[in-house]
Design a protein around this ligand. Structure first.
Ligand code: B3K
Ligand code: ZN
Length: 873
């Protein structure tokens, strides 16, 4: 194992050379692809040596201005090629090298996915294709000529426009692509394969005709329509909401089966994990459809926020990712249910992001120190990054935010910039000071906001006291106050909205009042308040913080029944559930659903609230979310008992309501409308609770529903209910599903995941058996995520006291260490938090990590996470 050197954000240096254009010629071959890379380079400083990044390749030759260099003229290491002396004025550098795509199991650089060649260059994959200044602030114009066997690879694709093509006499053909937009190498893409193509057109608002092409494997064309429609919706939405229009004549998307992440926004040629493209009602659930829409949107929106304006260095990743996640969230909310989308986003933060903040890998949305960049494509950089953008939106309003966006684009189009540049554009466009707000970019950890309320009936005065505190995180012991927008409303006990006036409370466009907490502690006294109000605080989750506010059940019930915003009603129910669970855990008492709460839930079920909202309101927080309330000795079993008992009591008290929902459902053909999705969601929640309440009685009903299902949403829900509730029909359904879908890997992933996520004592054994399943290909990231990543999130079973879960995971991580370090590093995450568990588990996890740390050839991805985990105290 070689210790890897950390890079620091503060060490940034402007490049010493500029690469103005790159002319790549690639002869594709499975094991010996030949690359000629002709670059026009300009020195920017008085510097004679040039160090180019390059890994996993064989150098054939180097020429400067046509003159061959000898081995004395350069030095090669396993990471770089250094030319000792280069001209002090513009010159041409030609490098010829070979690479082995078939051996590339890391899926970074050029690799084979099934029968196709494809690339993944973000963050630092281009350096596995050829020697280059592989950093995002080097923007060059790319021309790419690809040659390959014509029969095997009829489609040869790269960025920009196809400008020339031809056939050779040896059965190969070639295509030349030119991308007029200067871009960093991480946005380079090359694809070759035998695809089916879905073609369509889009006319931009200024009249540009764009050819849209979606490339899928043979046989999958019928599953591509939805993604194409989502692409056109994205293009329209970005014009309407952000005034941003597409800038090339062609937009291509290729779906591949082997892909480490969701998708990649390469200029004009997105490469997608097939799970975010292929969708029809037989094989994709409602959630899958929504995910396709959101990821298609996300990658499309990067064309402006990421591609035309890119990151100066990788520490700035959230500049493009936080902003683009915010944009895709807004896209989904404008097209679908805003409240449901918001709740989904809140749940991601409260479970996964809070969890990351409490881990040894905690980092600010703009990290300061990185060893392996691939480890920083995190829920903090992406999702907390999006919350930070959302706070700016809350503070400035839609108009102010859009003015900031406009200025940002005007100032920085065509540049590689920093998060500070973005915030400066927002501040300047609104003539405001966001100096304090910028702390969100540098400070890691989850702030806690404590609020207390005191009402003086005689003086009719309400005093609200706010205090904030952020716990220390590795490398950041002392924390400062951050700028926290708190949206709030006040209601009477009858559920009427109350007017409140105070210089520090301003009316917000959402309908709430906005208070800005900028100090460690602040206090407001509000006059003329007629009665002690029921407060809704941190409405719409207006900041990514933990709220501590002791609210009586009776007040939460008022909000659940009356709040004007749906998210506030959902929050009221969550507040009740969380309090019940935490009380039961800390007092070691059995959990009991108070009668007024049961009544309030029954009333809610009878109101005309949106069906998807109802389904979410009756769903308590998960064990994973509750675990974030504990820093040490997480009482897994006690939380599990309390959550289960709460579910059981909801099932019991709402049995009649659930039975009515189930009985009244209409037998309609499958539709993908918002209301149909919402109804299915509520019906499946009802079926789950009915079966939980009376398993023996409902097993046959679940089996019948499964066998009659004409869509994957119904089929998957029935299977999940049967497996997770251990119904009598469980094995029958598992077998039927496997039989039906054994040749469809994306669908079979659901079968793997449902079993790996089941709350049963023998899940570790099940996972061990499933990994030997003939359809479990350990080299495909989707299979790993379905089986092992799902198992790692199954907290109670993964953390089984005998350590079986840890050993199982460690075996797979050792296998992946040399094969695919990115996937290995994802799987190690739950182990790195060993300090948060009881003594027995701590020792076992630590031992497993120490053994992994000693692996020969430990990948930097794993090394960084494991070292950090073992080092922190
Ligand atoms: N930008 C890519 C992520 C690439 C990850 C590389 N390890 C996907 C996205 O966020 O759109
Ligand atoms: Zn992105």
């Amino acid at each position: 194992m070689t210790a890897q050197l950390a890079k620091l954000r503060s060490d940034y240096k402007a490049p010493e050379f500029r690469i103005t254009s790159v002319d790549l010629t690639v002869y594709l071959h499975d094991t010996r692809t030949h690359v000629t890379n002709r670059m026009q380079i300009e020195p920017l400083a008085a510097c004679t040596a040039l160090r180019l990044h390059g890994e996993h390749m064989t150098l054939q030759s180097v020429k400067i201005n046509g003159q061959s260099l000898t081995e004395q003229d350069y030095q090669i290491t396993d990471k770089a090629l250094t030319l000792h002396s280069v001209p002090n004025k513009a010159f041409e550098l030609t490098i010829v090298n070979t690479i082995n795509p078939a051996a590339n199991t890391a899926l970074e650089g050029l690799y084979k996915s099934g029968g196709a060649f494809c690339t993944q260059c973000e963050a630092e994959g281009f350096r596995r294709i050829t020697y280059y200044l592989d950093r995002p602030d080097i923007l060059a114009v790319f021309t790419t000529t690809i040659t390959a066997d014509k029969q095997t690879y009829p489609y040869l694709l790269s960025n920009g426009n196809a400008v020339a093509q031809g056939d050779n006499s040896d059965g190969t053909h070639w295509v030349r692509w030119h991308d007029p937009h200067p871009k960093p190498a991480y946005l380079f893409a090359l694809v070759a394969g035998n695809f089916e193509v879905l073609t369509d057109h889009y006319t931009t608002k200024s009249g540009r005709e764009v050819l849209l092409q979606l490339f899928v494997d043979q046989g999958n064309l019928k599953r591509a329509d939805y993604a194409m429609a989502a692409l056109k919706n994205s293009m329209r939405w970005d014009e309407e909401r952000f005034g941003l229009e597409y800038d090339l004549d062609i937009y291509m998307i290729v779906a591949v089966d082997f892909f480490n992440m969701g998708a990649m926004e390469n200029k004009g040629l997105n490469v997608f994990n097939s799970r975010y493209v292929l969708a029809d009602s037989k094989t994709a659930t409602d959630q899958d459809f929504l995910n396709v829409e959101s990821v298609i949107g996300h990658e499309y929106f990067h064309n402006w926020t990421g591609n035309r304006i890119t990151c100066r260095d990788w520490f700035q990743l959230s500049l493009k990712e936080g902003l683009t996640v915010f944009r895709d969230q807004e896209f989904s909310s404008d097209l679908g249910s805003r409240a449901v989308n918001r709740i989904d986003a809140i749940r991601i933060i409260r479970t996964h992001q809070f969890n990351e903040d409490a881990s040894p890998m905690a980092h600010p949305i703009r990290p300061d120190k990185v060893i392996e960049m691939n480890n920083f494509y995190t829920v903090t950089v992406y999702n907390k990054g999006a919350e930070v953008i959302r706070m700016l939106h809350t503070l400035l309003g839609e108009k102010g935010f859009q003015a900031g966006m406009k200025l940002y684009v005007q100032r920085h189009d065509g540049q590689a910039v920093t998060c500070d540049d973005f915030v400066a554009a927002m501040a300047d466009a609104n003539d405001t000071d966001l100096g304090l707000f910028q702390r969100w970019y540098s400070q890691a950890g989850t702030p806690t906001v404590k609020v207390s309320q005191r009402y003086d009936a005689k003086a009719k005065a309400l005093t609200l006291a706010f205090a904030q505190e952020t716990p220390p995180t590795p490398g950041q012991a002392e924390k400062s106050a951050v700028h926290i927008p708190v949206l709030l409303s006040a209601y009477t006990t009858n559920g009427q909205l109350m007017a409140m006036q105070h210089p520090q409370l301003r009316r917000h466009e959402s309908g709430s009042l906005l208070f800005e907490l900028t100090k460690h502690a602040d206090q407001l006294t509000i006059e003329n308040v007629e009665e002690a109000p029921v407060l809704a605080l941190l409405e719409n989750f207006s900041a990514p913080v933990k709220l501590e506010f002791d609210q009586d059940f009776s007040d939460s019930i008022v909000l659940l029944a009356n709040a004007q915003q749906d998210v506030t009603r959902w929050e009221a129910a969550q507040h009740i559930y969380t309090k019940l669970i935490l009380d039961a855990v800390s007092n070691q008492n059995p959990l009991e659903l108070p009668l007024p709460v049961a009544k309030a839930l029954q009333n809610m079920a009878a109101t005309p609230l949106d069906a998807a909202l109802k389904s979410l309101v009756v769903t308590p927080p998960t064990l994973e979310e509750i675990a974030e309330y504990f820093t040490r000795n997480i009482p897994l079993a006690a939380i599990d008992d309390a959550v289960n008992s709460l579910r059981q009591q909801i099932a019991n008290c709402l049995h009649n309501e659930f039975a009515a929902i189930w009985a009244k459902r209409k037998q309609e053909p499958y539709q993908l409308s918002g209301s149909a999705i919402a109804n299915r969601s509520l019906q499946h929640t009802a079926l789950y609770y009915l079966a939980l309440n009376k398993p023996a009685q409902f097993s046959a009903e679940v089996a019948r529903y499964f066998s009659k299902a004409d869509n994957m949403t119904a089929q998957q829900s029935a299977l999940q209910i049967a497996v997770h509730l251990n119904l009598d029909c469980k094995q029958q359904l598992l077998d039927a599903f496997e039989q039906q879908w054994q040749n469809d890997p994306l669908v079979l992933d659901k079968w793997f995941a449902i079993q790996a996520g089941a709350p049963h004592a023998n899940v570790a054994e099940t996972v061990a058996t499933l990994k030997k399943h003939s359809r479990f290909n350990p080299d495909n990231p989707n299979r790993q995520y379905a089986l092992y990543a799902t198992f790692g999130r199954n907290m109670v079973q993964f953390h089984r006291a005998d350590g079986a879960g840890y050993r199982l995971m460690a075996d797979m991580i050792s296998y992946l260490n040399t094969k695919n370090p990115q996937v290995a590093a994802r799987l190690v995450t739950p182990l790195t938090q060993w300090r948060r568990y009881d003594e027995q588990r701590r020792q076992q996890m630590k031992a497993v990590l120490e053994a992994l740390h000693k692996l020969p050839d430990l990948a930097s991805d794993l090394d960084e996470k494991i070292s950090q985990s073992l080092a922190t105290d």
